[in-house]
Design a protein around this ligand. Structure first.
Ligand code: ADP
Ligand code: ADP
Ligand code: MG
Length: 668
């Protein structure tokens, strides 16, 4: 039995901090690793010491096995926790730890290798009697065999990358004509992302639910489960909300799933913490899909209902200790639910967003509300890593209590400066079907329209009023120092002063008039509200609006005022008094719709293009997008080069619609 003294966390963000928190509680010293982008990251400052492991790109730092092992050697760490993502399910990494004499906090190399391929995992567990969906996991990977097998299984079929993860390389095929191109596409994606093009076919179960079971095994053959988590709320086959208990299971079904998970764990001799994932069909049948050989993002849900610390258990098992309890000794109470707060744009296909977090306030600390975060005021959210910012986890005596607390926790969190899914999460939690426990893995896709901006209108007006008064109070404060700053600026002495702002794509003119007692009559078109600023300081304004008092946090960032509303942040942009003329030339520019990395430029200067022709391939975390020409014309300027990091709105290519090929030639 070994006793770990110093542990290196080979990860970043919230999970690195979460692991180190337990180390502290156990008296274990902590070592963080960081890339150049993370020089000042919260996980680095949380650690006892930190070692640089390379440039910003993950492949050169957090995924660089040699650099991570060297960091452990230099800092004198005796163990490594891999977190999730990155090297956590990499058998070569576990082997490198062993060779370097480091304790790897996770299962054995063999287990990781066997479970790393979905095909092998499926074969192994089905031999142990665990049900798997009708499918094909054979070695013959020719397109003709795959096509034949798909038709035998019966459409719809789900194509998966055997070596896959994170929803990559997955495609649902609903008609026979689409089979061949889908097989090719998945194979290409799998080769690119995992260096292994092997595919697996499974019957696609419609309206399925994702149920998974946490397991825990020690080195002495002890193996137990720590109940289920339901993770059916997903986008692009990736989880957003997870909870336990699952509202979908009857006691009998639940017991059968636990048995299946434990049987699968025993069949592979599982040691340490892991998760067995299942798909539950509307018929009540369930099928094994994969084993995740690591700590799961959603593990706090299990911690809250059992009162256990999974990281502590992982560390103790890796030290060679036996499980401290038997199956009959573990119990759960109440209900826990987690929501992942992502930097992304739900209205734009959940594309990752980037920016600087200018305003960050976590929810107040209340019993039963936990926030695991990897960001703080000033954190830059870049293109290099996963865009998850934080997880909010709530515990209640029952599901409705837990949901209410989660919504409260999310509402009380302020993230300004980067677009997030905060409003989307709140609407999801309010959805009657979600509240009734009536949902499945396609819920988000089906209900997307419902889940996007519903109350934007009312919010926009209030936010515009708050921003106007905040601006006014800021000027008043400045005027005390700089007496020449004009206060009630008016274009027209016969009209009330007004300010033009933009909320979303809407231009709003806010009129205001001073009343007695420090009150203001604020108006937008024929809507009016009496407002009274009660307290003002940079960063917040306390207002009474028609008699109801509230504190609004306001962040100034990039020419905008971001106002925190109940349902999330609203960005208000002050418009210049004299709007610039809308340059028509702009229409021929192709600009970046999302932050990303220019992965390929498909045209050359002077080339003639037609509207719709591909110009540039832009890549962001987990996403590739081909940008096309907006008009016929000639490529007049290419503003970027391969490998450049671009921000949304950056112009990448300018096409001159007036030029023909002929006069382009004359010009050069
Ligand atoms: P990953 O390694 O990307 O997590 P999984 O095999 O665990 O891949 O599947 C991810 C998600 O895809 C599941 O949570 C579920 O929503 C969906 N899924 C997987 N297999 C099936 C299936 N056979 N039928 C329907 N949905 C499935
Ligand atoms: P889970 O079932 O726990 O959600 P996933 O396979 O979806 O498992 O990925 C685990 C987590 O790791 C996800 O939240 C994802 O955002 C994150 N992740 C996936 N790939 C990477 C990566 N290359 N680097 C960092 N984090 C990643
Ligand atoms: Mg999975």
């Amino acid at each position: 039995m070994s006793s770990i003294q110093k542990l290196l966390v080979a990860n970043r963000g919230e999970i690195a901090i979460r692991v180190m928190r337990t180390c502290r509680a156990m008296g274990i010293s902590t070592v963080a690793v960081y890339s150049d982008a993370d020089l000042r990251a919260p996980h680095v400052r949380f650690a006892g010491e930190a070692v640089r492991i390379g440039p910003s790109a993950a492949i050169e730092s957090y995924l660089n096995i040699a650099n991570v092992i060297e960091a452990a050697r230099r800092s004198g760490a005796d163990a490594i926790h891999p977190g999730y993502g990155f090297l956590s399910e990499n058998a070569d990494f576990a082997a490198a730890c062993r060779r370097a004499g480091l304790v790897f906090i996770g299962p054995s190399e063999d287990t990781i290798r066997m479970m790393g391929l979905k095909t092998t995992a499926r074969q192994l567990v089905s031999r142990a009697g665990t049900p798997t969906a009708p499918g094909y996991d054979g070695d013959d990977q020719s397109a003709s065999t795959l096509r034949l097998k798909a038709l035998e299984i019966g459409l719809p079929v789900l194509i998966k990358a055997s070596a896959g993860g994170g929803g990559k390389g997955m495609r649902v095929v609903r008609n026979a004509d689409a089979l061949e191109p889908a097989i090719e596409g998945s194979r290409r994606e799998a080769e690119k992302a995992f260096g292994d093009g092997a595919l697996l076919l499974e019957k696609y179960i419609e309206k399925a639910r994702h149920i998974e079971v946490q397991i825990l095994g020690d080195s002495y053959g002890g193996l137990i489960h720590l109940f289920e988590r339901e993770c059916s709320i997903q986008r692009r086959h990736q989880k957003i909300i997870e909870e336990s208990p699952s509202p979908a299971l009857t006691p009998e079904l639940r017991e059968r799933i636990f048995e299946a998970a434990v049987a699968a764990g025993r069949a592979i001799g599982y040691v340490n913490g892991g998760t067995v994932e299942f798909i539950l069909a509307p018929t009540g049948e369930f099928y094994f899909i994969e084993v995740n050989t690591r700590l799961q993002v959603e593990h706090p849900v299990t911690e809250m209902i059992t009162g256990l610390d999974l990281v502590q258990l992982q560390i103790e098992i890796a030290e060679g200790k036996p499980l401290p309890f038997a199956q009959r000794d573990v119990s759960r109470t109440g209900h826990a639910i987690e929501a992942r707060l992502y930097a992304e744009d739900p209205a734009n296909d959940f594309l990752p967003a980037t920016g600087t977090i200018h305003g960050w306030t976590p929810p107040p600390s209340i019993a039963g509300l936990r926030i695991d975060r990897g960001v703080e005021q000033g954190t830059e959210v870049g293109v290099h890593y996963d865009p998850m910012l934080a997880k909010v986890i709530a515990y209640g005596p029952d599901r409705i209590g837990a949901l209410r607390k989660l919504a409260y926790g999310i509402r009380q969190t302020t993230v300004h400066g980067v677009q997030t899914n905060q409003r989307f999460l709140l609407r999801l939690l309010e959805h009657p079907d979600f509240q009734a426990g009536d949902f499945h893995t396609e819920f988000v896709a089906e209900q997307l329209h419902e889940l996007l901006d519903r109350d934007g209108q009312a919010d926009a007006k209030i936010a515009a009023v708050v921003a106007t008064l905040y601006l006014h109070k800021t000027r008043e404060a400045q005027a005390r120092i700089l007496p020449h700053v004009e206060l009630d600026y008016r274009n027209n002495p016969y009209r009330d002063p007004s300010v033009k702002v933009m909320v979303g794509t809407e231009t709003i003119e806010v009129g205001w008039r001073r009343l007695d007692g420090g009150r203001y009559a604020m108006s937008i078109e024929d809507w009016q509200v009496i407002a009274q600023p009660v307290e003002f300081e940079p960063g917040s304004i306390r207002l009474t609006l028609d008699g109801a008092q509230r504190l609004f946090s306001v962040t100034e960032a990039g020419g905008q005022l971001i106002v925190q509303m109940q349902s999330g942040p609203v960005a208000v942009r002050r418009l210049p008094r004299y709007p610039e003329s809308n340059a028509a030339a702009g229409q021929a520019d192709t600009s970046a719709p999302m932050p990303g990395l220019v992965s390929k430029i498909l045209v050359t200067l002077g080339q003639e293009v037609h509207a719709g022709d591909p110009l540039v391939i832009l890549e962001a975390m987990k996403m590739e997008q081909t940008l096309v020409a907006a008009t016929d014309g000639v490529v007049e300027a290419i503003m970027v080069k391969q490998g450049d990091v671009v921000a949304p709105g950056d112009v990448l290519v300018h096409v001159n619609p007036q030029m023909t090929q002929k006069n382009a030639d004359e010009k050069t």
